[in-house]
Design a protein around this ligand. Structure first.
Ligand code: SF4
Length: 470
């Protein structure tokens, strides 16, 4: 997938003017957030579970080599073939080779952000394989020729009318605004693909080291069908997804479902271990597991290693005021929201995504909801500092920040500036707000409400309350 992260400003402006997107974002992120909050409130052990999950993930990061070796050994013992890709190019090459060697011409794929990272579909298509997305949201955006805009709800930006128009154009279905009818249409078309595909492709939410299993969490059942009906199963998973024991899995399942959708447990939890055994009624004849490094080892070595604890629940997206306003496409690559603003620069290189660490208000809401306690706001600040050290900030930005720091260190100067701003602000005050500020302050008034200054400035009010007179 092409990296377009440095176009964040342009993409965000476009997103803010898109009425359909704004309605969809308001509806869905709000709903996800409300469900998550209710589920957490109804689960008194949430904090303790979160603490335990964070501890387990830290242990994994400290001993990733050991746990990965154990996972590979156990998976191979049960008949799986494990491949490790150093980078995206190698991963694409391995996947294409598997498809060619297995004689695959049609593959059904369930949702996998890791496969988006390596542009797996394109690689397989070049190798002569037709890849059909089987997650409903992914299927919709595949028909639209777009990329996911949310980790767990990839078509969150599409209205039911958009979907109906797509189904009419690509599937020849009649127009409808009934969601059950639209789901039925997708089901009919996809079922035929499941039954004729030679390969099922999945991601993996967790790799269980002590059993060599790939755990898949879905709400549509497509992951389960894709891993048992086709002759070959290919799982594409990042190396950081390993957990030590099967006994650790419930800790993560409890957190993932609640943080993602507010469910107590997801509709389908599939544990895929090895290949079909004698007497098994179903299952793949061959299972390939493609483990992706793709920059993760380098992250592990550095100060941002805790970002590898992420379980891709998307709670940080739903709570982020920036994501809520601009949606996922503005971030210009696979991952969006606060996790995208941290992970993308680390995976594709800071110069390629220098705009993203600035795409945050640093309100801290993401860290509050993260089920594995990743300090996202600290990482965003650290990345801004790295950008400065690597000479990636413009002289204008550096001068502005130095000026800001100089003012904030001098209370008297700050007060004087506030007084001047208060007087000047009156010239731009219209009704209850300030409008039409000149550049470079125009960004604050063009598309946002900027309240007029209070009749009594804060400092005066503070002094009056404390009985100080001057
Ligand atoms: S950073 Fe935390 S909240 Fe965001 S997707 Fe990852 S686990 Fe979820």
């Amino acid at each position: 997938m092409r990296v377009d992260a440095n176009a964040f400003g342009r993409n965000a402006r476009k997103a803010l003017l898109d009425k359909t997107l704004q309605e969809a974002l308001g509806r869905t992120t709000g709903r996800f957030q409300a469900h998550r909050d209710a589920a957490v409130a109804a689960f008194p052990e949430f904090e303790a579970t979160r603490e335990r999950a964070s501890r387990i993930k830290r242990d994994v990061l400290d001993h990733l080599d050991t746990y990965l070796a154990r996972f590979i050994e156990e998976a191979e013992k049960r008949g799986a073939i494990v491949h490790v890709a150093r980078d995206a190019a190698q991963a694409r090459e391995i996947a294409a080779r598997i498809a060619r060697d297995e004689g695959i011409t049609l593959a059904v794929k369930s949702k996998s952000m890791a496969s988006e990272e390596i542009s797996l579909n394109e690689a397989l298509q070049e190798a002569g394989v037709t890849v059909v997305e089987s997650d409903l949201g992914e299927y919709i955006i595949q028909l639209a020729g777009e990329t996911p805009s949310h980790i767990i709800a990839p078509a969150v930006h599409k209205s039911r009318d958009d979907v109906s128009r797509l189904f009419e154009r690509h599937l020849g279905e009649p127009r409808t605004d009934s969601i059950p009818e639209l789901v039925g249409m997708a089901r009919r078309h996809l079922r035929a693909k499941f039954l004729s595909a030679g390969m099922g492709i999945s991601g993996g939410n967790f790799l269980v080291a002590d059993t060599g299993s790939v755990a898949l969490v879905t709400n549509e059942g497509n992951g389960r069908m894709g891993t048992i009906l086709p002759r070959v199963h290919l799982a594409v998973v990042g190396i950081e997804k390993v957990i030590p024991r099967m006994a650790d899995l419930p800790t993560f399942l409890r957190l993932l479902a609640r943080s993602a959708t507010g469910q107590t447990i997801s509709s389908y939890v599939s544990i895929v271990t090895g290949t079909r055994r004698a007497g098994d009624p179903e299952g793949p004849e061959r299972t390939h597991i493609l483990l992706l490094d793709c920059g993760r080892s380098a992250i592990l070595e550095g100060k941002y290693r805790e970002v590898l604890k992420c379980i891709r629940c998307a709670a940080c997206l739903n709570t982020c005021p920036v994501y809520q306003s601009v949606g996922g496409h503005a971030y210009g690559w696979v991952y969006s929201g606060p996790i995208g603003a941290v992970l993308t620069p680390l995976l594709v290189g800071l110069p390629e995504a220098i705009a993203l660490p600035d795409a945050s208000t640093l309100c801290g809401a993401c860290a509050d909801v993260c089920p594995v306690k990743i300090p996202l706001p600290d990482f965003l600040l650290e990345l801004r500092s790295d950008a400065r050290e690597q000479g990636l900030k413009t002289p204008g930005e550096i001068a502005a920040m130095k000026g800001y720091a100089g003012v904030m260190r001098r209370a008297g100067l700050l007060e004087a500036i506030e007084r001047i701003a208060g007087v000047l602000g009156q010239f731009f005050t219209k009704g209850k707000g300030i409008a039409g500020l000149p550049y470079p302050f125009s960004g604050w008034t063009e598309r946002r409400d900027f309240p007029a200054p209070a009749a009594l400035p804060f400092r005066k009010r503070w002094k009056t309350r404390r009985g100080v007179t001057r």
